[in-house]
Design a protein around this ligand. Structure first.
Ligand SMILES: Nc1ncnc2c1ncn2[C@@H]1O[C@H](COP(=O)(O)OP(=O)(O)OP(=O)(O)O)[C@@H](O)[C@H]1O
Ligand SMILES: [Mg+2]
Length: 224
């Protein structure tokens, strides 16, 4: 499903170079739940962004369903990002002026889903993350955990095959963190979505089938 081959990422800052990824190889099967752990600066976000086509590697390739991302045009890449992949970021970036329902509808507007279908689906997704009674709330009227669940519902809007989540519980207390991880596990059970979660919290990482450990831009271990 997702395959990374010898990913190298070098950031140039002025005259200095940062080796963010030093040759990462990774394969994730369809329907697998993988977590990535590692110290701050070890390259977790860089890897996730490259896997999702949000950033390009300096060297190496990412294949999604056998297709090489670096051989795609910008339009094709945008389409894959919109339809195949759902992103959940640490700071969920919900649109503050839109309600929970409208935030979840947004990716479906980009995918040209009809208004009626959009509303129906957004409601169903918010129900599936336990927010039936919060649809018309603005993000500022929701708790941190509820906002993160809206972000997960939004990531699922276009029925993605893959969810990439960067520290989805980073800002949450333990109770809400477990709720988010349970929500993700259920989505995998119910829809067969492939999930990759970056976290620094070992307890949250344990929800996955496989835990991948990164250090200094490399994968240094795996626990299953
Ligand atoms: N846009 C950038 N320009 C230059 N260097 C960067 C850039 N983004 C990340 N880096 C550097 O690349 C390395 C890996 O960063 P990355 O954000 O992938 O780490 P991380 O494992 O996600 O860390 P954290 O747990 O703190 O989020 C770090 O040393 C970081 O300083
Ligand atoms: Mg990070």
């Amino acid at each position: 499903m997702i395959k990374a081959e010898n990913l190298i990422k070098i950031y140039k800052v002025g005259d200095a170079e940062v080796n963010a990824l030093g040759g990462v190889n990774l394969e994730v099967e369809k329907g697998e739940f993988v977590s990535i752990v590692g110290a701050s600066g070890s390259g977790k976000s860089t890897l996730l962004h490259i896997l999702g086509g949000l950033d390009k590697p300096t060297e190496g390739s990412v294949y999604i369903d056998g297709r090489n991302l670096s051989e795609m045009s910008d339009d094709e890449l945008a389409e894959i990002r919109c339809l195949k992949i759902g992103f959940v970021f640490q700071f969920h970036n919900l649109i503050p002026t839109l309600t929970a329902l409208e935030n979840v509808e947004l990716p479906m507007i980009f995918a040209k889903v009809s208004t009626e279908e959009r509303k129906r689906r957004a409601k169903k997704l918010l129900e599936s993350v336990g927010l039936d009674d919060r649809m018309n709330h603005l993000p500022s009227q929701l708790s941190g955990g509820q906002q993160q669940r809206v972000a997960i519902a939004r990531a699922l809007a276009n029925n993605p095959e893959v969810i990439l989540a960067d520290e989805p519980t980073g800002e949450l207390d333990s109770k809400n963190s477990h709720l988010i991880m349970k929500t993700l596990s259920e989505l995998r059970e119910n829809y067969g979505v492939t999930i990759i979660v970056v976290t620094h919290d070992m307890e949250m990482a344990k929800y996955a089938d496989r835990i991948i450990k990164m250090k200094d831009g490399k994968i240094v271990g795996e626990i299953s």
